[in-house]
Write a protein that binds this ligand. Structure first.
Ligand code: C2E
Ligand code: CA
Ligand code: CA
Length: 692
């Protein structure tokens, strides 16, 4: 222990050393008598304790105390002095002396020193703790201040003790203004006012539960906050309830939005199909048996929207659907159930007086919808088709009712005569048939021998030689026999089987080419028909690449036939897809040319090899002057673009001769050959004969 001893009497100093040593205290003592030595000792000796005499020549213990107070306040100072009056003793203690020991009571010194040391250590420790605590409190405060959660501390009665800024800002107050208020006065929950009070009571009654169920309430300004409560009990202190609240307003809004998007159409604000069905079920549930009215469901499909999208864009469709919504609403005296059930479809459900004129009802709506709509500065007539079914006449429940209306709509869409149709049981037979055929087609894709390709030769009009084969699919149905593609291709398109069917055709054509190669039969290019959905399928190129690679077939040996209308649907996209075909070396022909509304500027940009003049022009080409003119024009134009022309559906020698005279390059048709099975085709290819 280092002791700085302020004393002019060296005997006294010696006495102290002995006293301490006897008490077992090993002390390093520096004796100083002047102010200068004393100050130096404070700094370079850094004593653990100071012992000071009161009276010194030219210096005093009191001054020494003052210097210590200023320069080393943590070092205990004990006066060791001959005498010290009571007044002075009190003064020195008040000024900060740690203790005093009279020289004639020197035995007390060791104890006094030990105690002073302990006290000083404790003081230091306490100061360290204070600093730590202050720092921690600062961190806590910063945490609470910056917390995204609202934090409110309550006493056992629910009165706010403190609140963080987030909590205060929720109610537009400052943290300092909240203490003293009852929690539920500041954060009212309008729906159930007792809620907050009840939760606080529970938190106090079951303090051992750290956090309890959260509860939600609305605060000022419509914010939705969910609160969780916990209780703090610390010995000797009153209980506190800590509430933390999270503002979930945005989350709630998002939930509502999701609900809205899941149940309503954004463009028209009408319920969607799902929601319509729910509404319909509710409505049906409320109907009494024996109600004197019938519930009519009318499904309405707007026609030709694709064309309008092509010419006027998506906004035009939105505009049209909004106008139709208004008209549907206005068409009924009583408010009907309305919905937008698909991109181009609406549903309307309403009660009709039994025995009323149903045609009147349907016609009235169709007429209302058929008035032109202003789109892009023009008046556009949008044709509509509709199907109606009645409950309880046509169906027993809402879902059946919808299905019946769908069958009626489908009939109206496919029949040429009327724009609306009422459900008859016959219609559902047709629907059932279609379903049946769909599942059979799925089975056919897996079965080994139900599907086949027939090949129709394409013959050069100059040489009579076969220059190509068009692959045409056939289905040997187990019960119905051979079915032409017209019976099942459109079905495959609607039920999503077209890509699979297309993949099968591609594989089968490649497989056939390999087989002919092995048999050393020189096969010409094989043309394959691509449907609209195949053409835009993202997997098209992968399918083609993989299949060609698998069979080792050079791409030049295949020609892809795309109808004019498919390629004109999105001409720009078509150009890009066709370019990818060409990059691979595949050939391209435009099928059914002349029937679509071709845009010649695009035709120039389509990187195709051939045009196939549609059968419609060939049929009457010998007698119809118009068809002759169109065919000649198409052939001339194609040749200018360096495209070959194939005439389809050539059935007579007259047709062939006319076409040949008009400069047509190739002919395909029953005159030359019907589509024939591969084996028969091999025979044809084996003989170098001219077909003309
Ligand atoms: P398409 O591509 O226009 O095929 C030509 C159709 O005309 C074939 O009917 C063919 O048998 C028929 N035809 C050929 N020569 C004559 C003739 O001289 N006179 C008459 N009246 N008709 C003739 P098919 O085989 O019934 O095919 C009908 C349609 O089905 C095809 O029209 C094509 O669009 C589609 N199709 C056929 N096979 C496939 C296929 O594998 N994939 C795709 N996506 N569609 C196919
Ligand atoms: Ca074709
Ligand atoms: Ca064709």
């Amino acid at each position: 222990m280092r002791i700085l001893h302020l004393e002019d009497n060296s005997d006294d100093s010696e006495l102290i050393r002995i006293t301490l040593s006897l008490a077992g205290i090993d002390a390093d003592i520096r004796l100083v008598a002047s102010r200068q030595d004393y100050v130096a000792g404070l700094h370079d000796f850094t004593p653990d304790i100071i012992l000071a005499d009161y009276n010194l020549p030219g210096f005093s213990g009191l001054e020494g105390l003052e210097i210590r107070n200023e320069q080393a306040p943590d070092i205990p100072l004990i006066f060791v002095t001959g005498s010290l009056g009571d007044d002075l003793a009190v003064t020195t203690l008040r000024l900060g002396a740690t203790d005093f020991v009279l020289k004639d009571r020197m035995a007390r010194l060791p104890d006094a020193i030990q105690r002073a040391r302990q006290e000083s250590e404790q003081r230091l420790e306490r100061r360290r703790l204070d600093v730590e605590l202050a720092a921690e409190r600062e961190v806590m405060r910063a945490t609470l201040d910056s917390a995204q959660a609202a934090i409110v501390v309550l006493d056992g009665l629910g009165t706010i003790v403190s609140a963080n800024p987030r909590a205060a800002s929720m109610v537009g107050a400052t943290p300092a203004s909240l203490p003293g208020w009852a929690f539920w006065e500041v954060f009212p929950s309008p729906s159930n006012a007792g809620n907050a009070r009840e939760q606080v009571r529970l938190a106090l009654e079951w303090p051992h539960l750290p956090a309890r169920d959260s509860w939600t309430m609305t605060t000022v300004g419509g914010r939705v906050v969910t609160w969780t409560s916990g209780t703090i009990t610390s010995p000797g202190r009153a209980e506190r309830v800590v509430l933390s609240g999270i503002d979930i307003t945005e989350q709630r809004q998002a939930e509502h939005r999701v609900h809205y998007l899941g149940h309503f159409d954004q463009t028209t604000g009408l319920p969607n199909r799902q929601h319509f069905l729910q509404n319909l079920e509710e409505r049906c549930g409320k109907r009494n048996i024996g109600t004197p009215s019938v519930l009519a469901v009318m499904l309405i499909a707007l026609q030709r929207l694709e064309e309008i999208t092509d010419s006027d864009g998506e906004e035009a469709i939105d505009r049209i659907c909004q106008a139709m919504t208004e008209r549907l609403k206005e068409s009924q005296e009583q408010e009907p159930l309305l919905a937008r059930v698909s991109e181009n479809g609406f549903a309307l459900a309403t009660e009709l007086v039994r025995g009323c004129d149903l045609d009147d009802f349907a016609q009235h709506i169709i007429e209302a919808l058929s008035a032109p709509v202003a789109v892009g500065g023009r008046q556009q007539v949008v044709p509509v088709r509709s199907g109606v079914a009645l409950l309880p006449d046509d169906a027993a429940d809402p879902r059946q009712l919808m299905r019946a209306a769908e069958a009626a709509l489908h009939y109206a869409e496919t029949s040429a005569e009327r724009s609306y149709s009422f459900y008859t049981p016959l219609l559902s037979d047709q629907a059932r048939e279609r379903l049946q055929l769909e599942s059979e087609l799925r089975a056919a894709l897996i079965a080994e021998n139900q599907l086949a390709l027939h090949y129709q030769p394409q013959v050069n009009l100059d040489t009579g030689r076969i220059e190509g084969l068009e692959a045409l699919i056939r289905w040997q149905h187990p019960q119905l026999g051979w079915l032409p593609p017209g019976r099942f291709i459109p079905l495959a398109e609607v039920c999503g089987l077209m890509n699979e069917l297309g993949a099968w055709v591609l594989q089968e054509a490649c497989r056939q080419l390999v087989q002919w190669d092995h048999a050393e039969i020189a096969a010409p290019t094989v043309a394959i028909n691509l449907s609209a959905s195949q053409f835009t399928s993202p997997s098209l190129f992968v399918d083609i690449d993989q299949t060609l690679a698998r069979f080792g077939i050079a791409p030049e040996r295949l020609e892809l036939e795309l109808t004019e209308s498919t390629s004109m649907r999105d001409p720009q996209a078509s150009v890009a897809i066709m370019a990818q075909f060409r990059e691979r070396g595949l050939k391209i022909a435009i099928d059914d040319f002349g029937t679509g509304y071709s845009n010649l500027s695009y035709l120039k940009r389509f990187p195709v090899n051939r045009l196939k003049l549609d059968q419609a022009f060939v049929r009457d080409i010998v007698s119809d002057a118009d068809d002759q003119a169109i065919s000649r024009a198409i052939i001339a134009m194609a040749h200018q673009l360096r495209l070959e022309v194939i005439a389809e559906g050539v059935e007579t020698a007259e047709q062939r001769d006319f076409l040949k005279a008009a400069g047509c390059d190739i002919a395909q048709g029953f005159l030359l050959s019907r589509p024939i099975p591969a084996a028969e085709c091999a025979l044809l290819l084996g003989q170098p004969l001219s077909l003309i």
